[in-house]
Design a protein around this ligand. Structure first.
Ligand code: 1HE
Length: 263
């Protein structure tokens, strides 16, 4: 296990175990509220991962995943500074979402505001039963500013996001699973075990397949049908041509590979 230090304040920690990195939001005394410095550290944590890392687990220290934007930074900020703040978040989350390594989130306690915006940029979401999801921006008199109006609406639809923001409706882990916000719900304390199990599967995929899943799939979803099908055919052709893919296909045909079986 290798520990990487990112940034002077260590609000984000990184531990690397072979192909899997665990990145932890580490500001539990402020419930992992995301300050600009912390978002910058988070981006650095992902950017500095060695190429040997094939999957990442992201979680939060303490009883909560993240309380969202560090509201103390809004006290005296101007409109210009607020826009710059959003841009900083967009760039950090873009790098995470479209990076080389798929990210598995372990969510517990509060996953609210910007914490939910961060979770929506990740690829697999595991909710422990303690997790709850909210968008208190409506109550705070502000708006989404970390990409949530694009990403969360794509996950659960505009109407649900509007209702959560208008009424302050807090979604529990079970409902999050039902509406597609969480892929898995597990007992308290079991999130990391499940994440590890999934991360090992993700890391065993060919890098080009994972690249296509992270980068081509969301792009295709935004394209008109004819463009989407064309993009898909190109990505399919490139992945299918790789010698490593040919070997995996042959392994199945020669009965050397696992069959698909129910979980
Ligand atoms: C914070 C923040 C924060 C806690 N910014 N300091 N997000 C919110 O509106 C959620 C606000 N937070 C809460 O509702 C609660 O703190 C929690 C439910 C997450 C946790 O409650 P609890 O009882 O465990 O902790 P606490 O006592 O409320 O907080 C501990 C400390 O963290 C306390 O500071 P202290 O100096 O008194 O110890 C809190 O003030 C501090 N803290 N959350 C700043 N968010 C890019 S746009 C995104 C827009 C948004 O994200 S809006 C939603 C913001």
């Amino acid at each position: 296990m290798t520990e990487l230090t990112v940034g002077a304040e260590s609000m984000v920690t990184v531990a690397i175990d072979n192909a899997i990195a665990t990145i932890t939001l580490n500001r539990p005394e402020k419930r992992n509220a995301l300050s600009m410095a912390m978002v910058t550290e988070l981006q650095a944590a992902f950017s500095e991962l060695p190429a040997t890392v094939k999957a990442v687990i992201l979680t939060g220290a303490g009883n909560h995943f993240s309380a969202g934007l560090d509201l103390s930074e809004l006290k005296e900020s101007s409109s210009g500074e607020n826009i710059e703040g959003s841009m900083l978040w967009y760039e950090a989350f873009r790098r995470i979402q479209f990076g080389r390594a798929p990210v598995i989130a372990v969510l517990h306690g509060a996953v609210v505001g910007g914490g939910l915006e961060l979770a929506s940029a990740l690829h697999v979401r595991i909710a422990e039963e303690s997790a709850y999801f909210g968008l208190p921006e409506g109550q705070r008199g502000i708006f989404l500013g970390g990409g949530g109006s694009v990403r969360i609406t794509k996950l659960i639809g505009f109407s649900r996001v509007a209702e959560m923001m208008l009424t302050g409706h807090v979604v529990d882990a079970k409902e999050a699973h039902q509406i597609g916000l969480a892929h898995y719900v597990v007992k308290p304390g079991e999130g990391m075990k499940k994440a590890r199990e999934l991360a090992e599967k993700v890391a065993s995929n060919l890098p080009l397949s994972n690249f296509a899943i992270l980068n081509a799939l969301p792009l295709i979803a935004e394209q008109p049908m004819t463009h989407g099908l064309f993009t898909e055919s190109l990505m399919a052709a490139i992945t299918q041509d790789a010698p490593e893919a040919k070997e995996r296909v042959n392994a199945f045909l020669e009965k050397r590979a696992n069959k698909v079986v129910p979980d």
